[in-house]
Write a protein that binds this ligand. Sequence first.
Ligand SMILES: O=C(O)Cc1cc(O)ccc1O
Ligand SMILES: [Fe+2]
Length: 451
Amino acid sequence: MTQNNQKTRAQPSGVASDSDEALSYQSGFGNEYASQAIDGALPVGRNNPQHGPHGLYTELISGTAFTAPRHENRRTWMYRRQPSVVAGRYEGYEHAFWQSGADPSVALPPEPLRWSPWVNDHPQADFIDGMRTVAANGSVDTQSGLAIHIYILDRSMNRRAFVNADGEMLIVPQLGALRITTEMGVLKVEPREIVIIPRGVAFKIDSLSDAGEPARGYVCENYGAHFRLPELGPIGSNGLANARDFLAPVAAYEETDGEYELIRKFGGRFWRVPLHSSPFNVVAWHGNLSPVKYDTAHFMTIGSISYDHPDPSIFTVLTSPSDTPGTANCDFVIFPPRWLVMEDTFRPPWFHRNFMSEFMGLVYGQYDAKPGGFKPGGASLHNCMVPHGPDESSYDKATNAQLQPQKLDNTLAFMFESRYRFVPTQFAMQGPELEKNYIDCWMGLKDQFKP
Ligand SMILES: O=C(O)Cc1cc(O)ccc1O
Ligand SMILES: [Fe+2]
């Protein structure tokens, strides 16, 4: 059991924290974590004693049906100063840019699409108001599919909290570090790291960037089955993302009273409710439902050490399965720094058409299939059966290269891959970031057949 130190326990809300604030974490993915901010706050040997320790209330959050199979079942017991039902009356909250499910009014051409990096056209926005949906599929009500958003924020949430009842949120920071306060404790993430906030868990995001410097990143809002580590099959019992490298926070409650505004996403709509005290009032908790962060630098990449370019599924960090085995609701795949050593091989991705739909982002560096055109903070979309592959410059370089062991370094691209077609939003289709001439990057690939 973790008992955290005074520094993390007594972090008052709304106070900007220095970036070298020391935080503690618990290691593992989906295991039984246990943490208390003060001695004796976590009941021993039972979950709901007649009197909660230290006068705390007991509250359960279930991340799966009570009857979900044991290996999928997620739930956490919280011991808190007030139960989360203590709140005022809800009223509607407008969010014009955060959408749920595919927009049926978008006529989506079956061609490759790419966006240059989104810029901050909405200053003074926090993580909630700075969210822009870029593409979506599925439905929050059938618990299938996902939405992809870009956030650009230059304001902390301070005394605002957010709960997403529609899905878990996988956040991929691209610019700027974030301090994320959750019911289970505090996490700090930087670009190269990712964080998952489970469905229903309250959190707020404060920016650790210098004043006025925006933070930007990608979000996968997963309406489907929660993300988990992929099976390893013949790889064995280690490799890819190792469970121990995921970090859950330790219990940390805010000391201060005072008003909060809670925004809740529920059925694709947004609601606000005033709270008279902080929702981050959990003094102890145990369970296997928790936010976790992961540093992608710990990813153990597998690749070909003989010949040919393998399928990118070898780079799967997390998968959200659908009800068809092997056909994911969403796979989260990364393209991290790695060595390429294959002999007599065209080393970049091949030309291909894929059953699955591929949305890609770039955290930093260059992506080997598009060394110039694909920019950090931008995105590309190659939907089901849309032909794509290396651009002309990548093709030329790879076919002419003297094949030596080569390090692809200083790069981190990623892909959200879904069995469902991604439908971009009007925001994405009509904004200036949509590249008009993306298709031209393949136009120079001439017929070089020599019968
Ligand atoms: O299209 C892409 O760039 C992503 C991708 C990479 C790869 O190595 C193999 C297949 C694939 O879809
Ligand atoms: Fe692809």
